[in-house]
Design a protein around this ligand. Sequence first.
Ligand code: BES
Ligand code: MN
Ligand code: ZN
Length: 518
Amino acid sequence: MNFSFATGDATKAKADVLILPLFDTDLTSKKGQPSAWAKSDQKLRGLLAKLAQQEGFKGKAEQTCVVQTHGKLGVGRIMLLGLGARVKFTPEVLRLAIGRGIKAANRLRAKTAVVQLPGVRELDSSLQALVEGSVLGGYRYDKWRTTNADEKRAPRVEKVQLLLPDGVAKDKSMDATVGIAKAVGEAACLARDLVNEPAGTMTPTILAEQASAIAQGGGLEARISGRTEIEGLKMGMFLGVARGSVEEPRLIHLTYTPAAAEHASRPPVVFVGKAITFDSGGLSLKPSEGMLEMKTDMAGSAAVLGAMKVVARLKPPFPVHALMGACENMPSGHAYRLGDVLVSRLGKTVEITNTDAEGRLVLGDVLAYANELRPAAIIDLATLTGACIVALGPWVAGAFGEDDQLMWSVLEAARASGEEIWRLPLTDTLKDVLKSDVADMKNAGDRNGGSITAAHFLKEFVGDTPWVHLDIAGPSNVSKEKGYMARGGTGFGVRTLVEYVRRRTAELEAVVEAPAEG
Ligand code: BES
Ligand code: MN
Ligand code: ZN
């Protein structure tokens, strides 16, 4: 999708569709109304307002209304998108609305669109949301479709002309905003592709190849380790999970190093992603229905890879590492058993009480490895527990960690990027659940507080390093389409990680630029 800025009169712009987001008050009062609305209505001799009224379009969130212009305007159609109440506006409202708009425009076979940026206070983040929402809304996963090829070949919105609010002049920073927003949207689409790909063609080996390709494209260092090297690293928990599958495990390590030596020597930020390419449950086999979506159990690593692609472009003034332990969790004669004791990289021993609690085992070893990089912060993303979906519903991720400063940075980044993440407690009352009779701990507790016990398990492997664990089991993949999201992988986490990096960059640069006191 290509973006440019439109200048002048919206009614003269040439495009298949003019997309006009409107607040509910825009239908009843002229104050704050975009001039594109009045001008279009005028050229259509009042038919726009009349039709909107007849169709019951009141600018409510989730409302859409399409009007044919019959050659009276440069655009073939006008699409009104409800934004709801102005007081409730956030850039995410716009991101969702435009995603819906682009989906509808694609159904209309539109190839070009003029999109009005509403006049709001949060102009920069709204422009970002508009571009991200457009890219994400245009996403489709049809790689494997051969029938209905017409649909696959059908035209889609490829060119978007952005129309600035009345009275706002274009400046240079807007090009940069659009550029980054487009990169972020595309990175989230890449994450979606990785998640949506069937497990048979997204094996640990293929995931590692994809990671290498991303690294190569962005000038990052990629280090891929196979079974022998993982054995050398004594990652007994990772190897235990991987044992049941004929697919070789892969330890994926991407590194971004800043060019300047004084930046390269700063403590790194490490992103860790769960990368179970298929989670059958192992010998604690999942029921068939639950297993169907388990090709998405590498969504954490998909988000991390998407974010790294943008990091390579942003070039922050501190190193960023991405680590993922990729393997399959399968039952077989080689599989790890219930009652087995695994020895982790840290030396801690773990009694296996459920082979379906595999994510924490792999992550435990990878987090211990991450910690050896002496990082300033570790953020892990994992489709870790069904319990997190029970707790927060399918659209919200859970956050765990005891470093309040890092936690707030991550939550603020999430809020700014429109991804909903809520903190859950690492309560001491659930610490004993993982006590084992035979080893240092066991890998699974009971159902109660399941995402909290999982987080407690991970915590054993990160030492004192500031760390946040994001359980993205719900929002990484959705069964209902909504706004800019299609069914399947969402790319959840990419936006938060990128925003975190941008904020950390701004903080570090502010410290450098601050005038000396005295
Ligand atoms: N990958 C699953 C978690 C999951 C479930 C993600 C549903 C997305 C949707 C994870 O490996 C798992 O199986 N967790 C178990 C833990 C239990 C055995 C302690 C779970 O949530 O049931
Ligand atoms: Mn599992
Ligand atoms: Zn899993």
